[in-house]
Ligand binder design. Sequence first.
Ligand code: M6R
Length: 590
Amino acid sequence: MCGIVGYIGYRKAHMVIINALKRLEYRGYDSWGVAVVQGNKLDIHKQVGAIGEIESQEFGEATLGIGHTRWATHGKPSDVNAHPHLDCNGNIAVVHNGIIENYLSLKNDLMKEGHKFVSETDTEIIAHLIEKNNGSLENAVFSAISVLKGSYAVVVISPDERKIVACRNKSPLILGVGDGEFFVASDTPAILEYTNRVVYLEDGDTVVITDSGYEIKNNGIKVERMVELVPWSLDDAEKSGYEHFMLKEIHETPRVIEETIAGHVSDTIELDVSFAAGISELVFVACGTSLHAAIVGKYIIEEMSGIPVRVEYASEFNYHTTPISRSLVVGITQSGETADTLEALRKAKGNGARILAITNVLGSSVTRVADYVIYTRAGPEIGVAATKTFIAQLVALCLVALKLSMLPRSELERFILEMRLLPEKIRKILDEKEKIKEISEILAEFDNMMYIGRGIAFPVALEGALKMKEISYIHAEGYPAGELKHGPFALLGEKTPVIVCIIRDETYDITLSNIKEVKARDSPVFAFSDEKDREIDKYVDYAVKTPEVDRIFAPIVLSVALQLLAYYTARVKGCEIDKPRHLAKSVTVE
Ligand code: M6R
């Protein structure tokens, strides 16, 4: 939610900032802005819409500046509400990601003191609070943030002092360390072009950066933080010839599976599962796609290990009081920054639960909250729709399930062998996508659709529907196949196609019966099944076949096919695939 960036060094600041903002655009894309220090004044450019270019003459040779790409919370997208925001004298420029919960009362107080506001944002009060405080920029910023309640990553500049002051509380912020230049940004892809050496700032940190170095204080006390090497390359964050990031990221799935397996398996599964010792249950908390991975995990882990698993919407977790002191609470979040998930984990930790995080991002906030971390190895995901990171989560959950199982070694080895064949099978789906493209042309004509599945195929249906609705804007609902007749049947008919995810296990025959019920109500049926399933063709209008795999891996192959289906349907409709309307990649507000 919002991308922020700051630069101090020897390059033209506006060029670095615009480059960085383009790479952060997945975090918010309704408006943007840049401020640079030009001599003894600030030059500002702000505008609604996607990030564009700035004429070089506008910002000239300035080498110190900040920028922002916005996902509106307070006040609609407009030039005025775009960041940076300024104090009364136009001498202090602030960019912010997060939400200031007490901004209204602070704004009222500031207005009584004569401060004039121009925007509807919560951010603008920060510039005025800094203005009100005397002393160095650092001290003024520190005093200003001490009265803020809520979440913020804030970056501040002023022509009075050649420095950047940046602070973090519950919103992501990294410091990039180059040779003779420094960066601050919401996320690493923003700065990978310039440096892969980063410091992951922590809650309560304020960093003051000058041309010659930086100093970090945590709640006013000087601290040292490690400079870490980001294991991602710039290439990972580029489209590399693909039309969209989403398509590129789906095509990266085979490599992602190989790398996630390689990270945790040699001859045997080396994943350390000491986190599960003595626990009474697993409780998964997550949002969106990660929640769907959690539901797949529930089916597999319960089946393989016998350990009870609960799955909870992270955003609802804090509103009930089920005891969790003997639970292992598992946060699944690819970004590691989702506010709802982080809050749920903090509460669980406060109530005595052990915390495991499954995340894709080194140094992300969730890694600080968790007692144990399992990293997926998907590389940066830029498309707002989660694709390869979802598959990496499924692979990680399969590994946890297998490791927690009581299976004999020979059985485990069989599964590992099967897993190692997955990348090849996914490549086959990617190579044979014509049928999926053909179907997407038909589906693009509809306004509503249902996705159904039973057992382990049910969360696959949920995820298929989420992917379809978020990027094609077609209303799509995921349901357990048995649940349609309890209400949603009323929506069936020739204008409501039903996408069936079906696996040849104990759910197969009953799902076929459900298909017959759907057909009897005139809905066109599109099935996603495996290549050995000849029966299905008799029952449905279209069938997409994926390679045969052990049933616990079926969600992986079916999901890749459904991701392609959503992608091509959105493409037929000419949608803005990588940046769907109203959404953002990393949801850092509750
Ligand atoms: O970063 P997270 O995995 O915590 O994100 C959770 C959801 O916001 C996310 O999965 C969202 O639903 C997807 N972008 C949808 O494709």
